[in-house]
Design a protein around this ligand. Sequence first.
Ligand SMILES: [Zn+2]
Length: 135
Amino acid sequence: MSFTLKEYFRDYTPNDDQIRSCTELSVRAWRLFNELGFDPVLTSGFRTKEKQIAVYKAKALTEGVPFDINKVPMGSQHMKACAGDFSDPGGLINNAITDELLAKHDLYREHPMYTFNWVHLQTVPPRSGLRTFKP
Ligand SMILES: [Zn+2]
C-alpha cells in the first residue's frame, strides 16, 4: 500500500465500497511508484462535498481569482475514493511516468501541465479514456 486508509479518509468513516476503491488505488499506486523507485506522500485523499468546495476555494485564493461554486467539479474521483494526489516537487515522478506504465498498472493521471507539484492518480478512466488526461 502506498498509503493507509487512515491517511486517505482522515476523520471520515468510509463504507465498504469506499474502502474497496481506496485499497485498489493504494495497491496500484504502490506498484507504479515501486517500479519507479519513488515513495511519495499522499497530499490529498478522500473529499466529501464540503471538502471538495474547500479545496477549490483555497485554489481560487492561491490563484487570485474569484471563487465560483458552479465551477467546482462535483464528479471528482476524489469524492468516490478512486483518486489520490501525491507530492512531486520538481515533477520528477511525473517526468518518469509514461502512458505505458499507467496502462501496465491500470491507472490514469491528470496531465502534469495542470498538476505543478503533485501527481494525481485515479483507477477510473476519464471520459476521454486517455491514460494521461486534461482534468
Ligand atoms: Zn487530484
